[in-house]
Design a protein around this ligand. Structure first.
Ligand code: NAD
Length: 483
């Protein structure tokens, strides 16, 4: 549950004009959730919170809608998705401001998040999922076709609520499923607005959007009327989701946390890459599943890289995301803010060297300066855990084999990157990293046409591309004996 703040933002009463979407209707919640602006630490809106009975109603509506929606063609569904993204773009600026107020990120990045989500949605609905002919001879014809699963429950986190809702939502709809979407209790508002837009475009019951606390997520994962769960969030919750889904053997896509390493080789110009590496580590104040969370730098360029990254950190402007000068917004919620502060304290106590940042300002809002750390023990919390905040360790290596071993020495396996002027060498190292995506000279590059997801405990299945879409479908063999 979002923490209940004592105070509301001064000047205006909290906005309350948000609704659930159930069966094509705009519905008030049986309960309410306070929504806090992380730049002030105060309540600025209230969202409706769905009860268990409202979840039942949404699942029933989705099941009913599935009966006709499953019979529509890919082309018909693609057209509706495009109508949906068109309306989303029309409301982009207004929604981006709401996203910044609830999530904290700079307004330009909220705009970019909506833009990107819409573009990826448009891209996904151009993907063809053909019937595969496995055998066709004199005796038999065997085809492999894919059919929708039914009702997909979608659960999202608070770091990129629009983008992380659109990926699974459009995947589910385009492949002929209906959906019940549940955002994080910390950032429910823009997702509820997606429901408003969906109501104008899709037949009733195809898209249902319910805000609520963690309990609502749990009920959704246990619900016998739900066929698949697409979950994005932490490893710990992902495991609970998998356990709950086992009750009815629901299909699962789990997009979980990461502790991405970036391995910087000895042949790079640190100044030339610093901006990209800094951005990949600190964008959204480090609250990105695939942000760089550990930097392994070769000893030859180590000092110069530290200097160049500190230089980038000094250029960053931490502040309210609505201020046009801000490049890094606050940490999204108090719980995460306290966790990142505890990691900072642990890092300081361990005797590691704070290169920049490290002093959390007093005052309202969950602000935290970009903090770079060196001379840190490999076993410390900052290196071992997913910090999910603006504090990143830079670790030295002399032998690349050692760097690969240390990069892989984690239960996480979301993504990783290698930085070098020797592309062949970079690719050879990338191939040895135990992750879902290994980049060379870039980090965080994703596309509607490329599968994304985690190895090891960073997830199960993939999102995007034909690989991701097939995760929303049941493969079915049609085997015809010709004689
Ligand atoms: P979280 O796991 O705390 O919560 C995610 C969602 O799960 C929320 O909607 C929450 O209400 C719901 N939930 C909580 N308990 C539940 C339960 N028992 N059953 C079902 N649902 C439940 O994660 P968070 O703190 O919101 O998000 C941050 C995490 O998400 C980080 O670990 C980050 O790396 C990860 N993440 C992963 C990806 C990816 O694509 N791999 C993308 C973004 C974020």
């Amino acid at each position: 549950m979002a923490e209940r703040a004592q105070h509301v933002e001064a000047g205006t009463a909290p906005r309350t004009d948000f609704w659930l979407t159930i069966g094509g209707e705009r519905v008030a919640g049986d309960g309410r959730l306070d929504v806090i602006n992380p730049a002030t630490g105060k309540v600025f809106a209230q969202a409706p919170a769905a009860s268990r009975a409202q979840l039942d109603a949404a699942v029933r509506a989705a099941r009913t809608a599935f009966e006709s929606w499953r019979g529509t063609t890919y082309a018909e569904r693609a057209e509706l998705v495009r109508a949906f993204t068109k309306k989303l773009r029309e409301r982009q600026n207004e929604l981006a401001e709401l996203l910044t107020r609830e999530q904290g990120k700079p307004l330009s990045q909220s705009i970019a998040e909506i833009d990107r989500g819409a573009a990826q949605s448009d891209g996904m609905v151009t993907i063809e999922i053909p019937v595969e002919v496995l055998i066709d001879d004199a005796d038999r014809r065997i085809e492999l076709k894919y059919r929708p699963l039914g009702v997909v429950g979608i659960i999202t986190p608070w770091n990129a609520p629009v983008n992380l809702a659109l990926g699974p939502l459009v995947s589910a709809l385009y492949t002929g499923n209906t959906a019940v979407l549940k955002p994080s209790p910390y950032t429910p508002l823009t997702t509820l607005e997606l429901g408003e837009i969906a109501r104008e475009v899709f037949p009733p019951g195809v898209v249902n959007v319910l805000a609520g606390g963690d309990d609502l997520g749990k009920w959704l994962t246990e619900h016998p009327g739900v066929d698949k769960i697409s979950f994005t969030g932490s490893v710990e919750t992902g495991k609970k989701v998998a356990a709950a889904a086992a009750g009815t053997l629901k299909r699962l896509t789990l997009e979980l946390g990461g502790n991405d390493p970036a391995i910087i080789l000895d042949d790079v110009d640190p100044k030339a890459i610093a901006k990209k590496v800094f951005f990949a580590a600190f964008v959204n104040s480090g609250q990105v599943c695939m942000a760089i969370k550990r930097i392994y730098a070769h000893e030859k360029i180590y000092e110069a890289l530290c200097d160049a990254l500190v230089e980038e950190a000094r250029k960053a402007k931490v502040g309210n995301g609505l201020d046009p000068d801000t490049t890094l917004g606050p940490i999204q919620n108090k719980m995460q803010y306290d966790k990142v502060r505890a990691i900072l304290e642990d890092t300081k106590k361990s005797g590691a060297r704070i290169l920049c940042g490290g002093e959390v300002p007093e005052g309202e809002g969950y602000f935290f300066p970009p903090t770079l750390v060196t001379d840190i023990d490999e076993q410390s919390r900052l290196v071992q855990e997913e910090q999910f905040g603006p504090i990143v360790p830079i670790l030295k290596f002399s032998d690349v084999e050692d760097a690969i071993r240390r990069a892989n020495d984690t239960r996480y396996g979301l993504s990783a990157s290698v930085w070098t002027n020797d592309l062949e060498r970079g690719k050879a190292i990338a191939e040895r990293l135990e992750v879902g995506t290994a980049w060379v000279n870039q980090h965080r590059a994703t596309s509607a046409f490329v599968p994304f997801g985690g190895a090891k405990e960073s997830g199960l299945g993939r999102q995007y591309s034909i690989v991701g879409l097939k995760g929303y479908m049941e493969p079915e063999v049609i085997s015809v004996a010709k004689k």
